[in-house]
Design a protein around this ligand. Structure first.
Ligand code: INI
Length: 155
């Protein structure tokens, strides 16, 4: 019989850290709500969830890395919203956060989930923050729970 490793969609007993940027907090606060709601509906208690706020997407990775390194969390969720709009450094911000968050996974072995919206317009971000296209924070929470259980099984 083929052994198959699959992650359960349940919060389990571990702790989850959320790192959230305040920039575009009209959007990111909805991502946090979505993530917390999803974790709670999958069995997480308040004591299993910690939220750290940072100024912008560029600051997410440094805090996420510290939390992942602490060994206290089964997963770290990175939530933010980078919106092209009028800003000239959209690409630079996106690049920094994508690379930074991705690297944490390999450096620490703790699933560090990319829940940062990268959108051309505010409307696109709104669509992904609890309206037409769902909630990227809730999606990140689902990924975090699944990965936490996969990692538990491949110890
Ligand atoms: N930070 C974001 O989280 N989203 C953005 O859309 C954004 N834009 O457009 O500039 C943004 N910039 C700030 C950046 O993340 C840092 O906080 C800042 O550069 C200080 O390091």
């Amino acid at each position: 019989m083929i052994e198959q490793i699959k992650g359960r969609l349940a919060a389990g007993k571990g702790k989850y850290a959320l790192v959230v940027s305040r920039f575009n907090d009209f959007i990111t606060s909805k991502l946090v709500e979505g993530a917390i709601d999803c974790l709670q509906r999958h069995g997480a208690g308040d004591e299993q969830i910690q939220v750290a706020w940072v100024p912008g997407a560029c600051e997410i990775a440094i805090v996420a890395k510290r939390l992942a390194e602490s060994g206290r969390y089964v997963a770290v969720l990175c939530l933010g919203a980078v919106i092209r709009g009028q800003t000239g450094h959209y690409d630079a911000v996106c690049q920094q956060v994508v690379r930074g968050v991705g690297q944490i996974n390999y450096d620490t072995g703790v699933p560090t989930i990319f829940g940062v919206l990268t959108c051309d317009t505010l409307e696109q971000a709104i669509e992904r923050a609890g309206t037409k296209m769902g909630n990227a924070g809730a999606d990140a929470a689902m990924t975090a729970m699944e990965m936490a259980h996969v990692m538990e099984q491949v110890r």
